[in-house]
Design a protein around this ligand. Structure first.
Ligand code: NAD
Ligand code: DAU
Length: 350
């Protein structure tokens, strides 16, 4: 049975990757390593928590001794690394947390993988690093897209920490011949999205008739992909991606922030039976994010042509599914906004 370590599996994207691997590959044993920071929530995984091929491990990737021991004990065949500090706004107020988890934590995993795998000549091993389109900087010309060859130009502490981790992963591939692969993905949306990020924040605030804070003039552009399609892409690249390669993942689905917020308002009004235009009145323009990147847009041609992956959902369908999920899981939202979920796990794991 292959043993695969997935880091950050209690978070937004990680929970979808863990679920996909546990259910699709009964001959793999999936270890989910997560520190359960404010962003980690085991309620994201209740449907698979008792699966015989699944083990949850609470731990910190910044703790090198713990990581080395974990690799020694379990002799993993592969790593899919998602654990990270992921929110740009938090990186502006507390950048060192991003340096520690995203850079030092990634290097600890690289060292542990190198040291446990080198005796076997890395045969059958794979270190998969999950990264972001933000490493490429921002776009101004509407005709431009991020390609795998676009030079790195990170502009926030978050994107600088992710760019640094990408460089370390490539350096270990080049220097130690560690069998690595990297993907850089655009903005995800869908179930389990933590309500500090744009779409779930807007959904939660509309539910409670609270102001909808749009940064600056709402002109910034993001390229949105349904999270399950990202998980499918990770499955594809883990199994079929070429060693040492990078693949961009995105939905060719660009939206100005103000337009996507208006669409969420319209969808929510219709679902909640409120007159159209009710939620739009909550839109409030607020001070812009410091160093706010103007536009991200991924060219995902390489993964589509070489590996045959493509998004399965049209955006309107994905957004409707997402809104329905949040409306049907208001307890999930309330447990986060009240902080109850943290108290529960802190007691359970202390
Ligand atoms: P998230 O914040 O929802 O989840 C991160 C998870 O990592 C949490 O469960 C958290 O507890 C865990 N974690 C944090 N620090 C840890 C540590 N020191 N040790 C162990 N676990 C730790 O993040 P997400 O949005 O699911 O993003 C997952 C990955 O995908 C990140 O690497 C992120 O950079 C990347 N990514 C995210 C997006 C997006 O739109 N959300 C897009 C592209 C790439
Ligand atoms: O592009 C991929 C990245 O997408 C990931 O690497 C990050 O982990 C993920 O958090 C996301 O980063 P963004 O900064 O693009 O996501 P966020 O949801 O924070 O913001 C989306 C856009 O909406 C951005 O232009 C800022 C704006 N925004 C955000 C919030 C939280 C607002 O206007 N108001 C808000 O309240």
């Amino acid at each position: 049975m292959k043993k695969i370590l997935i880091t950050g599996g209690a978070g937004f994207i990680g929970s979808h990757v863990v679920r996909l691997f546990v259910t699709k590959y009964p001959d793999y044993h999936i270890f989910n390593l997560d520190k359960l920071t404010y962003a980690g929530n085991l309620a994201n995984l209740t449907d698979i928590e008792n699966a015989p091929n699944y083990t949850f491990v609470r731990g910190d990737i910044v703790d090198a001794d713990f990581i080395n021991e974990l690799f020694e004990t379990h002799q993993f065949d592969g790593v899919i690394h998602l654990a990270a500090e992921s929110h740009v706004d938090r990186s502006i107020t507390e950048p060192m947390a991003f340096v520690m988890t995203n850079v030092v934590g990634t290097c600890n995993l690289l060292n542990a993988a190198k040291n446990t795998w080198k005796a076997s000549g890395y045969e059958g091993k794979r270190f998969y690093h999950v990264s972001t389109d933000e490493v490429y900087g921002e776009l101004h010309n509407p005709e431009d897209f991020f390609l795998e060859t676009t030079p790195y130009d990170p502009r926030s502490p978050y994107s600088a920490s992710k760019a640094s981790s990408d460089h370390f992963v490539r350096a270990y591939g080049n220097t130690y011949k560690l069998p690595i692969v990297i993907t850089n993905c655009s903005n995800n949306y869908g179930p389990n999205h933590f309500p500090e990020k744009l779409l779930p924040l807007m959904i939660n605030n509309i539910l409670h008739s609270k102001p909808l804070p749009v940064y600056g003039k709402g002109e910034n552009v993001r390229d949105w992909l349904f999270v399950v399609d990202h998980a499918r892409a990770i499955d594809t690249v883990y199994h079929a991606g070429k060693e040492g390669e990078t693949y961009n993942i995105g939905g060719f689905n660009e939206w100005k922030n103000i337009d996507i917020v208006r669409l969420v308002c319209k969808t929510m009004d219709s679902k909640l039976g409120r007159p159209e235009g009710t939620s739009e009145q909550l839109i409030t323009y607020v001070t812009d994010r410091a160093g706010h990147d103007l536009r991200y847009a991924i060219d995902a041609t390489k993964i589509m042509n070489e590996l045959g992956w493509k998004p399965s959902l049209q955006f309107e369908e994905g957004l409707e599914k997402t809104v329905d999920w949040f409306l049907n899981n208001q307890e999930w939202l309330d447990n986060i906004t009240s902080g109850n979920y943290k108290e529960y796990y802190d007691k359970m794991y202390s």
